[in-house]
Design a protein around this ligand. Structure first.
Ligand code: PMP
Length: 395
């Protein structure tokens, strides 16, 4: 059978990251590979109570078709939440999406024609790379340091690629590096977006999960000219399985998103939307977020001290103040896939750095997740990883 696929479909049947996660998920492996929140903190009882209440009060609405923009009650909740990010908006400027992953997909659909340039951080979120690739994006990676994307390099990229359609950034506790963009860089980014008339897609799934340092204003809150599209999600503060994300932008652009969403899935699951809106009415989300931050901080500190104990002293690590990831660079190691294979033999796993790059990557890099690993396994996992690194370096 010859399927005559569209050009959007990947040529290869191999899913390298899927394979890594499959191997890493085998029983007995201490896996720092996935990017999952801690399931023991999902508020199952509270969600049960909220669901009962929704079905009693609004069962018919919750089970009926709904609006592509999302239910008013949830958009009101989102308006309130984004105030913490310094964004003053109203429910008319908010659309509910089926996870923030859908916002990435709709953004590709709305802005990208084959060959269009998307500027990304180097490295960046690998599923964003996959989405934009499916719309034919040409990627230009901009180097980062501990303060986020380097603005002089961004300006250079904008000058060299005058038809850039999008700058994609994850300013808080970035996936995969855990790094946060400083306020002065956020201000510069807004200035550059305006100067070169390019849209910025600000993806902020982790901002609320801050366990150290001070909150920074979102890039969107600094934007006076409408160049920033802001996207968020309930996945990291409540439950990713509910598939609820959101977008905040101006009316004209929001209409395009709503129209494109209509043809993608008509609307986001109404029942999930009503349940989350009810959850916010009945319970205190800030207390819940505090417990997430508390646990992730504990796990991050355990991982960091184990890294200092067991990794060679020249290994470089990011120092996240929140979120779920630590980024590691091991000088002297070229092939982290080979290191991954060695680690699997020792029953420990991570994600090699390569898939996180839109263009050429930095060798010897990998991502570690700490949110999803129980405290009593972290030290042992890092010890095994340290031994595998030492062995690779002496090969
Ligand atoms: N953006 C980033 C940076 C992410 O890390 C993730 C999930 N890992 C997403 C978007 C998608 O999240 P969701 O669809 O669950 O909101």
């Amino acid at each position: 059978m010859n399927y005559h696929f569209s050009s959007r479909v990947p040529k290869s049947d191999v899913d390298p990251v899927g394979n890594i996660l499959k191997i890493a998920g085998k029983p007995g492996i201490i896996s720092f590979a996935g990017g999952l929140p801690a399931p023991e903190l999902f508020p199952v009882d509270q969600i049960t109570q909220a669901t009962d209440q929704v079905l009693k009060e609004k069962g018919k609405d919750a089970l009926q078709y709904g609006s592509s923009q999302g239910i008013q009650e949830l958009r009101d909740v989102i308006v309130d939440r984004v105030k913490i990010e310094g964004i003053n908006t109203d429910a008319d400027h908010v659309m509910v999406a089926t996870g923030s992953q859908q916002t990435l997909d709709l953004t590709g659909k709305i802005f990208l024609d084959r060959g269009d340039t998307v500027i990304v951080e180097k490295p960046t979120y690998l599923c964003a790379v996959d989405v934009f690739k499916s719309y034919g994006a040409h990627f230009v990676g901009v180097d980062m340091d501990e303060d986020g994307m380097k603005m002089d390099m961004l300006e250079k990229a904008l000058i060299e690629n005058p038809s850039t359609k999008l700058i994609y950034t994850i300013p808080n506790f970035q996936n995969p590096t855990g790094r946060t963009m400083t306020l002065s860089r956020r201000e510069k980014l807004v200035e550059l977006a305006e100067k070169y008339d390019v849209m910025v897609l600000e993806d902020n799934p982790y901002g609320a999960v801050r366990f150290a340092g001070k909150n920074l204003p979102s890039i969107k809150s600094l934007d006076k000219s409408g160049h920033v599209i802001y996207m968020g999600t309930f996945s990291k503060i409540l439950a990713p399985g509910m598939r609820l994300g959101w977008i905040v932008t101006d009316t004209k652009l929001l209409n395009k998103y709503t129209m494109m969403k209509q043809s993608a899935d008509l609307h986001t699951d109404n029942l999930s939307q009503y349940i989350v809106a009810k959850y916010f009415e009945m319970f205190n989300i800030d207390e819940h977020i505090q417990s997430i931050c508390h646990l992730y901080q504990k796990r991050e500190q355990l991982m960091m001290s184990a890294i200092h104990k067991y990794f060679p002293s020249n290994v470089k690590c990011s120092q996240p103040e929140g979120g779920m990831f630590i980024w590691v660079e091991v000088p002297g190691i070229e092939d982290t896939q080979a290191l991954f294979d060695d680690c699997i033999k020792n029953n420990v796993a991570f994600v090699p750095g390569e898939p996180f790059y839109g263009d050429e990557g930095t060798p010897g890099t990998f991502r570690l997740n700490y949110s999803n690993m129980h405290e009593d396994q972290i030290e042992e996992g890092i010890k095994r990883l340290g031994a595998a690194i030492q062995e690779s370096l002496t090969k």
